[in-house]
Unconditional design. Sequence first.
Length: 384
Amino acid sequence: MKRILIPALLMGALSVASAGEIDDPVVKKLLEKGIITKQEALELDKKETPTVSISKRLKFGGKAYIGYTFKDLKNGSDSGSFEVRRGYFVTKYYFNEKDHFRFTFDISWQYHKEIESEGKEISLKIKHLYYYKDISNIVPGTGFELGIAHTPWLDYEEHSGWWYRSISKTFYEASDGAHLLPSADAGIDFKTKFEYFSAEYGVFDGEGYDHIGRSDKGNKPNKPMIEGRFTWHILGGGKKKPKPLSQTYANISLHSLNSYNHRGSNYDFSVLQLHAVYNQPLFLLAGQYIKANWDDPNAKDNDGKGYSFNFEVRPFLKNRLVFLGRYDRWNARGESYDRKMYIYGIAYHQNRYITWIINGIKSDYQNDNGKDYTKYMITAELHY
């Protein structure tokens, strides 16, 4: 009897000691009573209380635009150089299926901030730093970004009407286009998405992410900017970003903003824009009209009106070979800023990660030939 009792007591003691490694109380009790083995207890505990891997919550990605540009100035010296035009490194941490935190590094190739005559330099900035919260249980189809967030217009256009940010910014943002505001700013940005309707609207500082904290047009206290976009998705698809090489879509959008005491000035700045795009795998057509009003007497470039048209034709290689073009026209209050821009080129979508582009860009200033130029560019657009 003693030979049987002593081993049993030892096994029980070992089981109780081992039970300290088990978190689930039910599994622990089964182990203590000797109903299951330690190995079985560990396996059950793992199944009952799974740990969520950080790798499943943490996501990385980004884009890079690398290439060579030869610039032929109408009145000046020609030049050519290899460029790291843009680099985005995106980090997202998901708290659940939708709510997440996003952080984006923005590496850009731009003129020296203090002394432009010193030429271009690589600059590192923070483009996005926001918390996204889904509130669709309160407001159907809606969530918001809080922090350095997207603004309502540019991200939409770059993922519907103009897909070649690697060679030129959109007409709305380009320095030889309308030259208005960038695609991110400090504030709160609401996004509402349904199959046939989407909207993006919010309140922002009005400076743009690359001007945060600056009052480069005066010393007035900062006041907010109100901005919104409303889009009718005629053929549906408003819940997801489109895939132009394989899908058909047609959208009409209205975009408006009002920035009070814009960038520290005494004057308000407003924009009204109408945009339309039609796409099918064989081709894309898009166009827009913009009217901007800034009463600042020194803002002769940004105050004005203009329009832009762009197209793509994809006749070969399962729509992966693309012939593209764009025409911009901006009439500014200051006549020396009236300008046209022409973009033309060929793109090859090698796969989902790499696109090759060969293109030319010509700017034509109506009353200032010193700003005219022609660019010839080769670009590798990388997505990772």
